[in-house]
Design a protein around this ligand. Structure first.
Ligand SMILES: Cc1cc2nc3c(=O)[nH]c(=O)nc-3n(C[C@H](O)[C@H](O)[C@H](O)COP(=O)(O)OP(=O)(O)OC[C@H]3O[C@@H](n4cnc5c(N)ncnc54)[C@H](O)[C@@H]3O)c2cc1C
Length: 458
């Protein structure tokens, strides 16, 4: 394919955490690669974000860790705070609050140094589909308005929630899978300089409170001693108030939210579901938010986008060896992602649905009675297997009955069972595209069964 000036082996559309990571991972492979984004250099990775990322994502993908001024704050752990704020689960784990733009710029600079062509200020309009496969992309130059066509063996949609290419694929393609509003959070955050010093800036804080952030949580992520990224996510599709309104009316009254200056304020959508059924189709790969690769419980998407990029990079190299750019040739991206982080992500999606249906009283009860301890929370989030002290809960069943919470133990057991079932299904992700539909049918019936058992109608 890499013959003409506008012909490439790979075109990556969108250079956020997913696309820039892919460009960085493929750089130096000998493939002719073009990466485009509609933003300019100063707005690289500019999507509003809490900017928190676990350190393990870098070792899992081989991507360079942030350094120098790419790090706003080193993180030692997370404090998960109960609705009454009387109980705190301290979960230790290394990570960073990053300067997204600086880290993104480095990945792009390093990719360009190794031969990847990077073009900013270019907006993808739609995919070019010929003979039942994606063959290229139509791109508009943001300044001149001129539209050009670029061709490639593989076109990667890394455009985040907009999914500009994926959404314009034919409706009967399995990658064209819409996002239900209830499977997303609407999130908003402000970065502010505070009028006081933060005591322990290396511990980021997550406040669980269904009254403040229904179906999500609100956070306080220090960026040094005198500033913080503060925000909240609210489940979509359930008629809850918009998060910027809650921010203004509730969070601004909190004692820890005392800005002397607001540096940035904006919001966006976070998909909080299991991964898309398939990342690939003929000539096409979707990675990052547009393929729903986000941790459904905490909403962290950067590390998952990187892992999706890592899975895609391997598949792209394999496809260029075999010369097969159909779904079958690119299928390795699915196998790697789904049987790796995807399996854990899907089982956490089962947990997320349960959590979104709990009351503050249930959550307070669980945290205060040691039903979920810090190690359990960590293990659950790492393995996707429910780790909870069910023994403690069992001993408490008598008390639970008097407390009118008798259904919590059987519910937790049920949730744990479905988390394992869904994880197992992902570990058995189909070897071939031909078997995808049968697998999706099984998955969907497992979800329906689970929601019915929990009495959830959304
Ligand atoms: C308020 C908020 C807080 C969050 N907090 C965290 C957090 O603390 N930690 C974490 O890990 N995740 C967090 N997330 C999620 C995280 O931001 C995303 O998961 C992550 O940015 C996804 O990366 P991406 O590359 O898939 O998409 P994006 O970051 O959205 O990047 C997509 C890129 O595609 C480009 N693009 C879009 N359309 C076109 C087009 N037509 N043509 C060309 N280019 C295009 C965009 O300009 C952009 O550069 C948060 C999200 C929100 C909204």
């Amino acid at each position: 394919m890499s013959g003409g000036a506008n012909s490439y082996d790979v075109i990556i559309v969108g250079l956020g955490p997913a696309g820039a990571s892919l460009a960085r991972l493929l750089a130096g492979s000998g493939l002719k690669i073009l990466g485009i984004d509609m933003v300019d250099w100063d707005h690289v990775w500019g999507k509003p974000c809490g900017n928190a990322i676990g350190r393990h994502h870098f070792s899992e993908t081989g991507l360079p860790e942030p350094r120098g001024d790419e790090v706003k704050q080193r993180v030692e752990g997370i404090d998960i705070i109960s609705p009454s704020e009387r109980h705190v689960l301290r979960v230790k784990g290394e990570g960073y609050i990053i300067d997204r733009t600086k880290l993104g710029q480095r990945y792009l600079r390093e990719a360009a140094q190794k031969g990847v062509e990077i073009e900013l200020g270019k907006q993808a309009v739609k995919p070019i589909i010929e003979g039942g496969a994606v063959r290229g992309v139509r791109v508009r130059d943001s300044r001149s308005g001129v539209v050009s066509e670029y061709k490639a063996n593989v076109v990667v949609d890394a455009t985040g929630n907009s999914g500009v290419l994926r959404r314009r694929t034919p409706r009967d393609w399995p990658v064209n899978e819409p996002l239900k509003p209830v499977d997303a959070n609407i999130a908003y955050r402000e970065i502010m300089v505070l009028d006081y010093e933060i005591e322990e800036p290396s511990f980021i804080r997550i406040y669980i409170n269904q009254k403040i952030a229904p179906g999500g949580y609100w956070w306080f992520f220090p960026e040094g001693r005198d500033r913080a990224n503060i925000g909240l996510g609210v489940q979509g599709g359930r008629g809850y108030p918009p998060p910027n309104k809650i921010f203004r009316e509730v969070l601004m009254k909190r004692p820890e939210v005392r800005p002397v200056k607001v540096l940035d304020a904006s919001g966006s959508l976070v998909p909080t579901r299991r991964p898309a059924n398939t990342l690939v189709w003929h000539g096409f790969i979707g990675i990052g938010d547009n393929a729903y690769t986000v941790n459904p419980v905490h909403g962290g998407g950067m590390g998952y986008a990187m892992y999706a990029a890592y899975s895609a990079a391997k598949a792209i190299l394999e496809a260029h060896e075999t010369g097969d750019f159909t779904a079958r040739g690119l299928w390795g991206a699915n196998i790697r992602y789904m049987r790796g982080l995807g399996a854990k992500q899907a089982s956490l999606d089962v947990f997320r649905i349960f959590l979104q249906n709990l009351t503050d009283e249930d959550i307070e009860f669980g945290i205060s009675h040691g039903i979920m301890k810090a190690e359990d929370a960590y293990e659950t989030s790492v393995s996707g297997e429910l780790r909870a002290n069910l023994g403690a809960l069992e001993k408490l069943t008598v008390i639970l009955k008097t407390l009118k919470r008798p259904s919590l133990l059987p519910k937790l057991v049920l949730v744990g069972r479905y988390m394992s079932k869904v994880k197992k299904l992902y570990l058995n992700y189909p070897e071939r595209p031909e078997d995808l539909q049968a697998w999706v049918t099984k998955l969907e019936s497992l979800y329906s069964e689970y929601k019915r058992a929990l009495g959830i109608d959304w």
